[in-house]
Design a protein around this ligand. Structure first.
Ligand code: ATP
Ligand code: MG
Length: 151
């Protein structure tokens, strides 16, 4: 299907606004693409990717932090990022975050629930769209997940 990507991201950000408020985390959406930009994608699946990335970001960001969803284009790709000012991921763990059942600090994250499948599924979905997904993170500073979808 062809979907208006700006609206999809706006709506997904809005979906988490109440959770963010309760956590006293500032949640924003920024875009420099025209409102009427459409791209071809499986909307339900891409919403699943965004739900996991935003949920992860909010769960790993303490009070007073910020989570930013951003949209721009790079060559012929839509570039979508979910960036947080949270606890970060240890650099030695970064190569494994997209593997099934990976969880940083097992004891802590187990208490917070979640199976550790979200990012493995996200990567599968993005790759099925002929896109790719990457992570950048600095411990105690924050994390950015970025994925690219062909326009
Ligand atoms: P679920 O299957 O419900 O999504 P999960 O959130 O634990 O469970 P993933 O979404 O795959 O699983 O994330 C894997 C692990 O990566 C998390 O448990 C967490 O340790 C780490 N992680 C993911 N996103 C972030 C983030 N934004 N900041 C810090 N750590 C993160
Ligand atoms: Mg998750």
């Amino acid at each position: 299907d062809t979907v208006p990507i700006v609206h999809v991201l706006e709506r997904m950000t809005q979906k988490f606004m109440q959770v963010a408020k309760e956590k006293q985390v500032s949640l924003k959406f920024v875009s420099d693409l025209p409102e009427d930009t459409i791209i071809s994608l499986d909307e339900d699946r891409i919403e699943q990717v965004l739900t996991n990335l935003i949920d992860n970001a909010l769960r790993h960001t303490p009070e007073e932090g910020t989570v930013t969803v951003s949209l721009t284009n790079e060559l012929s790709y839509a570039k979508i990022s979910v960036s947080d000012t949270g606890i970060g991921i240890p650099s030695e763990d970064l190569p494994y975050v997209f593997e099934r059942f990976y969880k940083a600090d097992k004891a802590r994250t187990r208490a917070k629930g979640g199976t550790g499948l979200g990012l493995a599924i996200a990567r599968n979905i993005v790759e099925a769209h002929e896109g790719n997904i990457k992570v950048e993170s600095v411990e105690k500073e924050g994390t950015t997940f970025t994925f690219y979808l062909p326009m």
